[in-house]
Every structure is written in C-alpha cells, then in structure tokens.
Write a protein that binds this ligand. Structure first.
Ligand code: F6R
Length: 345
C-alpha cells in the first residue's frame, strides 16, 4: 500500500509527506530567518528553553546536542512558572509556534518580570504581541505549519540564539547536517519503494502494535520526539525509555503476556560503547521473547547529524505508519478538542 502514491496522496490531505520532503530546504530557510535577530545579551549562566509539545522538543534536542560542550546548564521547562533560580543571568528562550500556548505565555511573562534575558520564538499570536509590547527580542517564523512540522525553524532559531549570546561558535556542523538530511530524503521519500526505504520498512513492521522506543546517551530527545510523532501523526499510544534506567525496572515488565501488543524500536549508533551495545543486545533478547523488535540507526558522524537523522527518519516512520492505517497525519483533532475545553486564564 505504501508504494501506491495516488492512494497515499488521497489519505495525506494535509500533505505531511510534502512537508517532510521540504524539511532540509526549510532548515536552510530557517537559518536566514533566524540570522535577522539582534541581541545584546552575553554569556548567560544558564539557559531555560520554555515551551510545550512540538515547540518544546527543540529545547530537548539542543540539550542533547550541546550539554557536553556548553558550560551553562541547559534545561527545557514545560509549565506556567519558571523555577525559582531563574534570574537576570538566565537566558530564557520562550518557544511557541502558534504564539497562543497558555503555559509558554505565562512562563515568558514570569521571565520578563524576573528580568531574565528573554527571547521569543513564534510565528505570531499573543506571544508576538507580548514581545513587541515588552520589547522582548523575537524571531518571527513563517506561519502555515503544524508546530511539530516546524521543527527545523524552531531548533535552528534556538541555535542562532545560542550563537548570538556567545554560547556556541557558528560552526559547519549545521550545514553538514543539512547536507546529510538531503541525502536521507532521497532514501526516505514516498517514491522510494518499501524494499529500499528504511522508514516504510519499519512502519510496516510496527503496524498493529504499540511502539516503545528504547534509547541511550544523547538520543533521548530523538526518542521522545518519535514517541510524540507516533501520538500525533499516527494517533496511537506510544512510549519511550532509556538505558541504563530501563534495565533497573522496566525490563521486568517484559515477563508479562500483555507485552505481545508492543513493538520495541532500539535506537542504535555506530559509536555506542561496548557496554551499551551489550546492554541493548541482552535487552533485545529478553524483549523478543514476547514482543516485536526493530532498530533505528543514527546516520552521520557528528552529534547533530546523528540526532537529526534519527528525528528525520522517525518523522517519516510515523507518517508512513499513519498512512498505512488510512489516517491523515496532519490534523490533531483530539488535542484541539482538549484545548477547546480548557478554561482561559
Ligand atoms: C501540534 C503539536 C503540539 C503543539 C503544542 C504547543 O503540531 O505538535 O504539540 O506544539 O500544543 O503549541 P505551540 O507549539 O503552538 O506552542
């Protein structure tokens, strides 16, 4: 079914496949959009990236990418009020693609009142209005995406803020990563048949099961992203866990017959240590007594290449899974329903 392009297009009314195919080009556009930001903050002592859902995951990806290279602690904050230690030397990046997410708006207001070094990243809405009113520097993203599909813009805008405050050098890693994403696109896009397309293959294996992603090291945000993409694109439950923690609790659950409803995707990397490799292989052996198992391999050499290749392949897997099941990946009716029921504040 995944090789019947007219049938895919018929289901994919929101053109998620088109958005994914355009992702490497969106990364290039994002660099230009973010470059316009002018900032006179320098060297914060810590960074808090505040947001929710598809806008927050960029913060987790930044942390996985940079936490071993940047002296300032980086954290992602999902909630209404910032931690008590947020102060004048804290860089607060508030990211809300729509600009109307109540938690993020509240956290930005909190950051402004505590005189943090604030930056807003948004396509418009109340956040853009607030930033203009309060003189908060902002990056305005182009509209028209679902927030999760604007990951290129959100992530690279965050990287630009890190650069402009002197936390990272402007390095070639980003350009090399975009090059890799272009190569990957040619292996993942819709007209590459299932037997040659790793994303279609993995989606066909998962079909009918509940996915769980097991990850390690700097690939936690990539796993968390994939879990959310399964939720939002394929509209199914999904979970994730990470080594070595799962070896101390979650592994025990695989003795249960309930486990047969799951499919575990193991994140792999050619640079994984012998210890990690052994732990993954041993866990796989236990899990496959009951559940389906598969692997998702990071590509490239640098940390950013590896992380974003996992994100890109995973996004495609989730979209192909949705289409296999006859679901249009783009609309998120249940999230909208819930947001409509929440009381304004
Ligand atoms: C929808 C999505 C959601 C939103 C979240 C916050 O595509 O991914 O997780 O990102 O509801 O909304 P924004 O991103 O507009 O602040």
């Amino acid at each position: 079914m995944l090789d019947d392009i007219p049938a895919l297009k018929e289901i994919d009314k929101g053109d998620a496949l088109g958005v994914l195919e355009g992702l490497p080009d969106a990364c290039e556009a994002a660099l230009k959009v973010a470059d316009a930001l002018e900032l006179d903050y320098s060297k914060p002592s810590r960074v808090i990236i505040t947001g929710m859902g598809g806008s927050a995951i960029g913060g987790d990806l930044m942390r996985d990418w940079l936490k071993k290279d940047v002296l300032a602690p980086i954290e992602t904050y999902r909630g209404f009020q910032l931690p008590v230690y947020a102060g004048r030397k804290t860089l607060v990046i508030a990211a809300s693609y729509s600009g109307n997410t109540r938690e993020t708006l509240s956290a930005l207001k909190d950051a402004i009142s505590r005189r943090c070094m604030c930056v807003a990243i948004t396509s418009g809405g109340k956040m853009l209005k607030l930033a203009k009113e309060k003189g908060v520097p902002y990056i305005q993203l182009p509209g028209g995406y679902m927030p999760r599909f604007a990951i290129s813009y959100l992530l690279l805008s965050m990287a630009e803020v890190f650069y402009k405050v002197g936390l990272i050098e402007k390095h070639d890693e980003i350009h090399a990563t975009i090059g890799l994403l272009k190569e990957l696109r040619d292996r993942l896009k819709a007209d590459v048949r299932t037997d040659k397309n790793p994303a279609k293959l993995l989606a066909s294996q998962i079909d009918g099961k509940i996915p769980i992603i097991y990850t390690f090291g700097p690939f936690k945000a990539a796993a968390k992203r994939l879990k959310a993409e399964f939720n939002e694109n394929a509209k199914i439950p999904a979970f994730w866990g990470f080594f070595p923690e799962i070896s101390h609790n979650e592994i025990e659950g695989w003795a249960s017959d309930l486990s047969k409803n799951f499919f575990v995707i193991f994140i792999r990397d050619k640079g994984e240590t012998a210890g990690t490799r052994g732990e993954i292989e041993a866990t796989k052996g236990i899990v496959e007594r009951k559940a389906g198992v598969g692997e998702l391999h990071a590509r490239g050499d640098t940390k950013l290449e590896k992380i974003l290749s996992l994100v890109y392949i995973g996004d495609y897997v989730s979209v192909y899974l949705a289409l296999t099941q006859g679901k249009d990946p783009t609309p998120v009716g249940t999230i909208q329903e819930l947001k409509g029921k929440l009381v304004d504040w």
